[in-house]
Each structure stands twice: as C-alpha cells, then as structure tokens.
Design a protein around this ligand. Sequence first.
Ligand code: URA
Length: 212
Amino acid sequence: MGTQDAATVVDHPLVQHKLTLMRRKDTSTAEFRELLKEISLLLAYEVTRDLKLTEVEIETPLAVMRAPRLEGKKLVLISILRAGNGLLEGMLDLIPSARVGHIGLYRDPETLEPVEYYFKVPEDLGDREVIVVDPMLATGNSAMAALERIKRAGATNVKYVCLLAAPEGIEALAGAHPDVPIYTAAIDRKLNGHGYIVPGLGDAGDRLYGTK
Ligand code: URA
C-alpha cells in the first residue's frame, strides 16, 4: 500500500491555500495560529463525514417531521501536546460538545523516541469515536506511542488527523495501526536527519506559540 492509499489527503482548495500561507517562513505567529484553526475546522468536517445519524421526531414552526441527528455518544478529541492543541481549537469550534483528552509526549532530541509525561482522557473511551490530533506526522514515533496508549485506555474506534505528513510517518503509523484511518492536508517529500518534515513548515509548536 502506498502512502497515498494509507492516508486520506484533504485536498480542498481552501485547505491547500491556507497550508501554503502557513508554510511560509515569514508568516507571523498570530497568522499561523489563526490559519491552523481555520484549517482544523475544515479537516474536522472531512474526518466526521461518516458519523452515524439517527432519525428523531422534531417540531418545526410549521410541522412535525423526522430529522437526522448524530447517533451515539459524544466524540472524543485527543490532542497530542503541545502542537495538537492548535488543531484541537478549531475542531472544538465545529464540534463544541466533544469530550477532550490530552496526551503529553516529547521527542527525545537524541533518539527521536517519544517519552510520555501526561495522560488524561475521558473514562469511557471504548464507547466513543476517538479523533487523535497532532499537526506533524514526522517519524510517526509519537503518533504510534500515543495510539498504543489510547488503545490501552480502551479506545477501539480511532482516527488520526494531522496537517502535514512525511511518507515515512504514514508508512510507520499505517503499519503499526492499520485500523486507524489517517487524514492529512498534504504528504511532503521526506524527513531530514533531525526528524523534520521537508519542505514542511518548521517546528509546529514553536510557530504556533512563538517560542523560537
Ligand atoms: N515536528 C514539527 O513540529 N515539525 C516537523 O517538521 C517534524 C516534527
């Protein structure tokens, strides 16, 4: 399976245009944050496309009718800290009643391996659809560790949403978690020797919060 087959690329023109603005090195922190929020709204629209509906009876000012409503329990959005919060914000605008979890993983700069420092998610993960968000799918190490931890906590129905992915990350993630659909706005060329996506957009956390 190629990387294109292993991930859904959200190629909507608005997403692609906003992503181009985000990539530019001169884009300010404020603009970057706003653009990520706008794109995450559009990614949320795409990733929730197959949510199940049920019919309920309602009354409009003119008539009684049966109308569709989302079925089942509320979604859970899980942000991989800290850059995941940038995606989370826009998604919550679209799905305000979603439950929210956080997982803190940092990348050891030497080994590029993920180290967990925080984990807080809703208790009944097994009954809910879970959407894990992190803007950059680079080596896939953090994503794989996060998904493993989230599944250990009971999640069985999980999707993964990022903004940018490296082919290496998609291959690793799809190999380790073939049951988890991956959504991204673009698949870039490669990873560099420091685990950064090229051409990418740099460090998403730093660009989002102005820490460098
Ligand atoms: N994390 C980032 O923020 N950027 C990359 O390019 C890779 C990982």
